[in-house]
Design a protein. Sequence first.
Lengths: 295, 396, 89
Amino acid sequence: MVVAIKTLPKERYFLPGSAACQGCPEAMGLRYVGMALGKKAIIVVPAGCTSVIQGLAPGCSVNLPVLNVPFASADAVASGLAAAKEIVGEDAVVIVWAGDGATADIGFGPLSGAAERNDNIIHICVDNEAYMNTGIQRSSLTPYGAWTTTTWTGKKEAKKELPLIMIAHKVPYVATASIGYPTDFTQKLRKAASIKGFKYIHLHAPCPTGWRFDPSKTVEIARLAVETGMWILFEAEKGKVRISPFSKPYADKSKRKPIEQYLRLQGRFRGITKEDIRILERMVDEAWETLLKLT
Amino acid sequence: MVIKSLTGNYAVAWAVKLAKVKVIAAYPITPQTTIVERLSEFVERGLLDAKMIRVDSEFSALAATWGAAAGGVRAFTATSSHGLLYMHEVVWWVAGSRIPLVMAIVTRTIGPPWNIWTDHSDIMDQRDTGWIIMMAEHNQEVLDSVIQLYRITEDPRVYLPGMIGLDAFILSHTTEPVDIPSQELVDSYLPPRRQPYVMTIKEPLIMGNIPADLKWNMKMRWDMHVSLIRAKEVIEEADREWYKLTGRSYGGLIECYKCDDAKIYVIGMGAWVGDMRDAVDRLRDEGYDVGLIKVRFIRPFPDDKIASVVKNAKLCIVFDRSISAGSAGPLFLDVTSHIHRYGINVPVVNVLAGLTGLDVTSTEISYVVKKIYDSFEKGELRNNIVWYFGGDELWW
Amino acid sequence: MSEYVKYLPLAKPKIGVAGKTGSWRTEKPIYDPSKCIKCDLCWLYCPEGTINVGVSKNEYVRIDYDYCKGCGICANVCPVKAINMVPER
């Protein structure tokens, strides 16, 4: 069920005048969540950029029910909330909207717990590849070679492969998405909402402030990530991977744009060496290899 | 009226069942485990219509319990010691969110070293959080109080979460005869759940984003404090109504035993209050005008009640089963600072005893009280904070 | 709510929680209706949702300059360069 742009609802579930930076991918992502699910969504938001993007109470830039929660607790809170909604017979889609930290680091335990229990929630990891809200510190989702305020000479460790980890949890639905491809993301959201059990969507969210690029280029960089093969759009159900249409061409290595096109637009990769680029290219190849084996 | 032999933990489970709790999320820790095991059994045998979420940690336990409560249903969790410390962040968050729920704490000391026995360190560590905090003396009170806490916390005058402490092993694993009230009785006592707001798709309500006005934020803290003060009346009411239905009263915030003509007051919380009762009887037989103040609730602190009892006392002896290291026992600190607010100048002595599970018998309690009082009478009281290690080992 | 509990950490949706964020702009998107192919991509990608489409026959796109932060994404994604960024004031 392909989603056509013209069919996406115009109702605003994210309101203008938010506290988001110019060109913010999280603001975009929240608009797409609203477009995909509308009034069915209840969003659980742990500490992260979106905690601040909501703006100052008693106002809020999000036009949906939102429960702000302690940093590591989102998946556990969502599990309890989903249980309550089922008990009271409310047809709600409980969503966790969590960044790097709340997904891969401080929130990793509760995430794994909710996945293992197959609790009926959708965990969206809005991945801007660092702890952006606290000022661009590295996370386990920061890519190799990237500058952050705690990796001044570039991160030495590889990006933790959350989607694969979630596939290994054998949950009903795992997908990757990108704010550069909203029709793909909204389609995946609706698909996830139609499944009972634990669903995981990993949303690539290029951040102008933290990655050091002009805010007009958020979409361009998100697309380059896919076009270079560095970000792979796919779905996995019952452990079987399906590469999404927008990423399919790049299964063929020769079709991928050179990764320098993606890297050179970002100030965070300014210090990258030729050797680093080779390492990153190898990582891209390996990622594709692994994923294609699961198809 | 059905009397069963129940451990404190099973009494908790029975109360949760009678309160028709809908979601339970808990993580095992000795000595709380049998609460959750019995509740699992109730649920799986169809005796309790609830969802059990077998969470991955205590942090997740309170988070999930709160998520369910915020979603509109009655929820429950239980923990002890390190588990309580692990969920401490969420303990604060729950109170500030004003969503009522009930938690049982099987009070256990804190390591290192590893130690599963009782003291009150874990629950006393939560005093600042904005929760209603109480302790029980025996298993009947445990069962009755869990039910009462649902009524108290869900009262619109309160809207705060509540925790009840029961001493590890002494209550949790010790069998006593407990009357289990009928479902009809509990249904007539507990109104349907109320809460200040619900997370629902029916309206776009947001909880917890950054406040524009810090004065408004500070007023939320004031509101929590004032709600706890208002809870005193709700607690007394809850006790009176329970008495009408069951014939059992616990005195509300405090219970006074042999206080009418007392000149010396023994003050304490928790299971060992039972031993203090025996000690008081023994001392009375020996001619000491001793009375007992059983403090049931430390939050809200029953300042006015305690002040009115001790105002003409000669001496108060507060027994603490935990220490705010570098200062004094928490109950002692609350008692002395609050009676001072009432202009009461009665000497108060703090006895630190039973920490880390070291057993304290009622004979030892009467020994300590006598020792202290006799020294006091002779004007030889070396210190008013004294540590007791059993036998005749008093460290001044 | 409750007549007793007066101060709760609650909020309601509101446009302009961060004020009139149009004041953040250093560049302003200018729309040229004559080039517009009505693809809706500018509406789709605007992070704030300040772009309305289908407004009228002559003016398919309308940008809410009270809140547009001037990020330039609309100009960047427009396939026919119907939106262009000009310096603010």
